[in-house]
Design a protein around this ligand. Structure first.
Ligand code: TXA
Ligand code: MG
Length: 323
């Protein structure tokens, strides 16, 4: 049985004994193993049922460790580290050959690194003094967990510890930036650190060319709830869908239509930070409601909403509008 622990020292002991431990971060819970314990890293892939060619993010206590494993830190990336670490920003660097197990990098010549701000996670990493890998603690392709209970629910038939760290304050995964080139960068996964904030710090526009590295955005579906999810940018399209549908449908929207059941409605905030905090919980609520479909408003195509839009688009399909 997967079980909860509270004490950081218990988590440290397990990690050092080559066990996998789910840990809280400010974005979502991660499934952690020490980077030096190949067997434990393998177990992370197995538990998630994740293909071996999907590399893992290394989580560090502070930036000082990264010189050991990266070839170089571009100037713009150093500015991003100074501005956003610890915090929800993952940077991909050129890997120093042989510095870490190829299992972690999926055999690529790059490595993704993040320095989490969650106090309990930070304390754990500082005391451990060795970084951990930590993909989101969900089965491959499914919705990421924002509480210890979510992790336990998803892995009820497995056996590892989950370090209790409360509700993750951000609620969606970190922004992922390819910093493997010295003169340009690219955003591979949007998060709550926006492209505008990154431009402001680096003074550079992101490269728009297709990236030359394999990235999460390349997968067509991701972040999927069990209940089929459909989206539209137009509230009236959601309402029309509800009017036509004969099936009970869960609605995630700005406003509840008059005749729709309150039990099958979740009000999405118009503030991006709050909406990010709500999003995965609402998708889980739709699953728990046992409905046939879930429909969701797609927030506007604006930079501050990019992370949330990306999650919705990957989790669902557009509602076909009737002529
Ligand atoms: O907020 C987060 O980033 C969470 C928490 C737990 O830290 N972690 C997370 O990890 O979202 P994961 O593995 O679920 O997503 C990381 C994505 C993966 O899709 C992976 O393919 C990509 O980052 N990635 C990791 N290393 C990479 C690399 N060297 N090159 C390209 N993509 C990489
Ligand atoms: Mg993930």
């Amino acid at each position: 049985m997967t079980y909860k622990i509270d004490d950081i020292n218990d988590a440290l002991k397990l990690l050092k004994e080559k066990e996998v431990v789910a840990i809280p971060t400010e974005t979502v819970y991660g499934l952690a193993a020490m980077i030096t314990h190949e067997e434990a890293v393998k177990k992370v892939f197995e538990l998630k049922q994740r293909p071996l060619n999907h590399p893992l993010i290394i989580h560090v206590a502070d930036a000082s460790f990264i010189d050991n494993i990266v070839e170089y830190i571009p100037d713009y990336a150093q500015k991003l580290i100074d501005a956003f670490w610890p915090g929800p920003l993952t940077l991909i660097f050129k890997l120093k050959p042989g510095a870490i197990s190829t299992l972690i990098t999926g055999g690529q010549d790059t490595v993704a690194i993040r320095c989490p701000a969650h106090p309990k996670c930070h304390e754990l990493l500082t005391k451990l003094a060795t970084p951990v890998v930590a993909p989101s603690a969900n089965p491959f392709g499914k919705v990421s967990p924002t509480t210890a209970e979510h992790v336990i629910q998803s892995f009820a038939d497995k056996s590892f510890a989950v370090l209790e760290g409360g509700r993750c304050p951000i609620g969606i995964e970190s922004t992922l930036v390819d910093a493997s080139h010295s003169d340009h960068y690219q955003i591979l996964r949007h998060g709550m650190i926006t492209s505008q904030e990154i431009n402001n710090i680096t003074g550079l526009q992101p490269n728009q060319e297709p990236s030359d590295i394999r990235a999460p955005g390349k997968l067509k579906t991701h972040y999927q709830p069990q209940t089929p999810l459909y989206y539209s940018e137009k509230p009236e399209v959601l309402t029309q869908y509800l009017e036509k549908s004969s099936q009970p449908t869960y609605l995630i929207a700005w406003e509840k239509p008059k005749h729709h059941s309150l039990n099958l409605f979740a009000k999405l905030s118009k503030e991006p930070e709050k909406a990010a905090y709500q999003l995965y919980d609402y998708m889980r609520a739709a699953d728990d409601a046992g409905v046939k479909n879930c429909i969701i408003i797609l927030p506007p195509n604006e930079d501050v909403w990019a992370g949330i839009r990306e999650r919705i688009i990957k989790a669902g399909q557009p509602i076909e509008e009737s002529k």
